[in-house]
Write a protein that binds this ligand. Structure first.
Ligand SMILES: [Zn+2]
Length: 380
């Protein structure tokens, strides 16, 4: 097991970790790939060695980079020290984790939603890499930065949009928590990509306008027409988009539209729910009376002239009548306490429907008891 301890104050230096003496490293030697000076064509000479120790998924690695420079004092490139490119393919400067470990962490964190604690134990169990929570968090932030840089890479973006003739853009402000600065996100909806996001301290028109101008320059860089803008149409967006994208339609976002329409619907629904709860009461009294009553015979009483049991009676032949009453009470209580359902299935509407079903069920039983129509649908 490798325990590399962080040396306080050494973050950002070549060797920020202290490795145990018995750590077994695999040694990798890298040379500058091109052996000749690109300016004067002279053969490069090795001028220094850079030692790095890294965690990789294949075990700890000791990397030795042979740094080179042009030996000709008169060459303009003489003062430049060249590093092997293979080094950054293995790990970024100052990192103690190789790319493979960083990608392993980032993928599990964001694609599989593992917690930092889970990552820490799995990394130790499977790869014998022991890191602290804050080290893992730091590398996850670096992963995010790398990912954002990759997503925003102009060449990759051009390739991703090669088959698109016009883009649809959306802007929205998200508040991670109350009192936090709002994160403004500009997304492109044809390819479903987040273009960029920025935390702004205010939703002032000037601040927002800067982001919209950035979106315009991105679209121009891609050489794509903006077909449509979507937003919740707050003042700063309406004004900014009109200025930066004259003539481009700006539509209300369907999600926000639905949410705003849903608000009065849910309010009315909530009032209806309160009224229903007020009307359907006394469950406890009924239950108490039933439980206090003397136990009747197990066989339900059969009305005169009715020779065979109705299906509901057959079903409940082993149940005492008070159990049926208690079941009804439990069902009604469940209905009254059920708060599920969004604007498309308002909870009050669901409650009304469920209570109607209970009423119909009770009615069927009453009719059966009177010797009237025989029905089968007693759901208790
Ligand atoms: Zn040279």
């Amino acid at each position: 097991m490798i325990v590399a301890r962080e040396i306080p104050g050494k973050e950002g230096t070549i060797m920020p970790y202290r490795w145990p003496d018995d750590t077994v490293f695999t040694r990798l030697d890298f040379n500058v790939e091109d052996g000749w000076c690109l300016t004067c064509g002279c053969k490069l000479t090795v001028c220094d060695h850079r030692h790095r120790r890294l965690f990789t998924l294949n075990g700890p690695v000791h990397v030795v980079c042979k740094l080179a420079h042009c030996p000709q004092r008169v060459c303009p490139a003489h003062t430049q020290t060249l590093s092997p490119a293979a080094e950054t393919a293995l790990a970024m400067p100052w990192w103690v984790l190789g790319w493979d470990v960083v990608c392993w962490l980032g993928h599990r964190r964001f694609a599989r939603h593992w917690s930092v604690g889970q990552l820490r134990t799995e990394l130790a169990d499977t790869y014998a890499i022991v890191l602290s929570d804050d080290a893992i968090e730091r590398y996850i932030r670096r992963y995010q930065q790398m990912l954002a840089a990759r997503q925003q890479d102009p060449q990759r973006l051009v390739a991703a949009y090669a088959d698109v003739d016009a883009v649809i853009l959306a802007i929205d402000g998200l508040q991670p928590e109350k009192g936090h600065e709002t994160l403004y996100v500009v997304r492109e909806l044809v390819k479903k990509r987040v273009w960029f996001a920025e935390a702004l301290l205010s939703s002032a028109t000037a601040e927002v306008q800067r982001l919209l101008a950035q979106a315009r320059s991105w679209a121009a860089g891609l050489d794509k027409r903006v077909r449509l803008w979507l937003s919740d149409k707050q003042e700063a967006f309406v004004r900014g988009i009109a200025v930066e994208f004259p003539g481009v339609p700006h539509r209300y976002c369907a999600n926000h539209f639905l949410r705003d329409v849903a608000k009065p619907v849910l309010e009315a629904d909530s009032r209806a729910k309160v009224q229903m709860r007020r009307k359907v009461r006394g469950l406890r009294t009924i239950e108490r009376e039933v439980l206090a009553a003397p136990q009747p015979s197990a066989q339900p009483e059969r009305p005169e002239g009715q020779s065979e049991a109705t299906p509901s009676e057959v079903l409940r032949a082993d149940e005492a009548p008070q159990d049926v009453v208690l079941d009804y009470c439990a069902a009604v209580r469940g209905i009254l306490n059920d708060d599920q359902g969004g604007p498309l299935h308002p909870p009050g509407l669901r409650m009304a429907e469920a209570l109607e079903e209970v009423q119909a069920s009770l009615q069927r039983n009453l009719e059966a008891k009177k010797g009237g129509q025989r029905t089968s649908g007693s759901h208790g």
